[in-house]
Design a protein around this ligand. Structure first.
Ligand code: CAO
Length: 429
């Protein structure tokens, strides 16, 4: 049976003529039993008035600033007696349907209300010296549930009071800003102010290539989302370099050249076989371990950085890897790589050794879990027990995802690569 429910102010002790400081509902709103309808505030405390029944607000008798005492008629709602609260005079109908996810969250925070709660005045200072924002218990409960600090919310209520809608609007604004900054969509675009540089001198504008935009977005996402750690090591590549030169000198004119990068790839494929967690990807609730070894290598092209992938590196000879590398690097330089040439990588190698530098921290190429970097090899005096000997030493680095592997594993993995480069026979073991 349906009927009108008069919502009156319950017993509030000795207080009289207390102002209404917050109204959470408007005519036409559906409410549930115990949902806070409005807040009143004495000189010592704030109290929320819960709905005595479920139903629809049909009339509001008060507005913000109205002064009320026990028994005052606050509003009328149309409800049904079946849904009436034990403590309330009459009742209402079905529960309020949330309009969207945010409303749903808010609906679930709906208020078991409310003891008197001490009101923090703007001049009440806590130990920290900070001024606590002024808000009712249910607004505090809502902000706690949403993880929102009331300090950051712009209040719109009387006397600087933070209202329920202020918290909701704050969350909506933060979410909208988050979407704007999404690394996946706008990664290449800086979100800091871009001044008019012409004011300071002559400039030239150079449009970003498609590859630069895509790479920028991916790098930003990977950098932000993966807990990167980078380890450094050195590999004695004296013998390896001698071997490389001999092979290249013996090679027929026009045949494929053995390169340092191809040897890094071969050494990495051995390490991936020995330490399979490095040959995995992180799924939602699982680690996906791969039975194949496809390795990407960074190529610097006029249009930007690309990472073609060499398949089955564990099953290819060094010369086959070098040949495939040359083919893909040429394609990359001419801008002819197909999408599938860059897919399926398990691990990446990035070498700046042909350019210079002692070492760097490469960014992991998600969904891979690690990447090997190489600097320029140089001759160092290395102690051999009785004397220093000149050795060609290659600086290498490994960036790894700390969610998947740890420092001990990474140190072993990189040390294995270093020892493989010192003695390539290890790769065929
Ligand atoms: N230490 C010392 N010398 C090195 C070396 C190293 N680690 N790596 C290469 N070299 C030497 C080579 O021996 C070669 O000399 P030779 O002609 O006498 O054999 C010369 O430098 C040129 O090497 P290279 O690096 O240009 O060629 P490569 O076949 O070794 O590598 C490729 C090919 C595609 C990896 C390279 O051209 C490239 O694009 N590198 C840049 C990758 C990059 O940008 N990485 C950074 C990503 S993060 O921004």
């Amino acid at each position: 049976m349906t009927g009108s429910v008069e919502v009156t102010l319950p017993d509030i002790g000795d207080y009289k003529d207390v102002p209404v400081v917050e109204i959470n509902v408007a005519v036409g709103d559906r409410v549930q039993i115990d949902m806070p309808l409005l807040s009143i505030e004495s000189d010592k405390a704030t109290m929320e008035v819960p709905s005595p029944a479920a139903g629809t607000i049909s009339k509001l008798m008060v507005e913000i600033g109205s002064r009320v005492s026990q028994g005052a008629l606050l509003m009328i709602l149309d409800g049904s007696e079946e849904d009436r609260s034990d403590t309330a005079p009459i009742s209402a109908s079905e529960p309020k349907k949330p309009k969207d996810d945010l409303s749903a969250t808010i609906a679930t925070t709906g208020a078991p209300l409310e003891e008197f709660e001490p009101v923090e005045r703007p001049n009440d200072r806590r130990v920290t010296g900070a001024v606590e924002p002024h808000a009712s218990p249910s607004v505090r409960a809502l902000s706690r549930e949403l993880g929102v600090s009331l300090d950051g919310v712009t209040p719109s209520g009387l006397k600087g009071r933070v209202l329920r809608d202020d918290v909701i609007n704050h969350v909506k604004q933060v979410m909208a800003e988050g979407r704007k900054e999404s690394p996946v969509t706008d990664g290449a675009a800086p979100d800091w102010p871009i001044p008019n540089f012409e004011k300071f001198g002559t400039i030239e504008r150079m449009p970003l290539s498609r590859i630069q935009k895509l790479t920028g977005a991916n790098l930003l996402r990977n950098w932000r989302m993966i807990p990167h750690v980078t380890n450094f090591d050195k590999a004695d590549v004296t013998e390896l370099e001698t071997f490389r030169k001999i092979v290249n000198d013996e090679a027929e004119q026009g045949s494929v050249k053995l390169t340092m990068v191809s040897m890094l790839i071969k050494a990495a494929s051995g390490a991936l076989k020995k330490y399979p967690r490095f040959n995995s990807s992180l799924g939602r609730d699982e680690l996906i371990l791969k039975q194949y070894v496809h390795i990407g290598f960074a190529v610097d092209t006029p249009n930007g950085l690309v990472v073609p992938v060499i398949r089955d590196c564990d099953r290819r000879s060094l010369l086959e890897i070098a040949s495939e590398m040359r083919r893909l690097a040429d394609k990359a330089t001419k801008g002819q790589l197909a999408a599938e040439d860059m897919q399926g990588g398990c691990f990446s190698v990035s070498s700046l050794g042909g350019v210079g530098g002692h070492g760097f921290t490469p960014i992991i190429n998600a969904p891979e879990v690690a990447i090997l970097g190489a600097g320029k090899a140089s001759t160092e005096a290395v102690w051999h027990g009785r004397e220093f000997r000149p050795r060609l030493v290659l600086p290498i680095s490994l960036s790894w995802d700390h969610r998947v592997v740890d420092g001990v594993a990474a140190t072993r993995f990189l040390a294995f690569i270093a020892s493989s480069l010192s003695d390539l026979r290890r790769c065929v073991l």
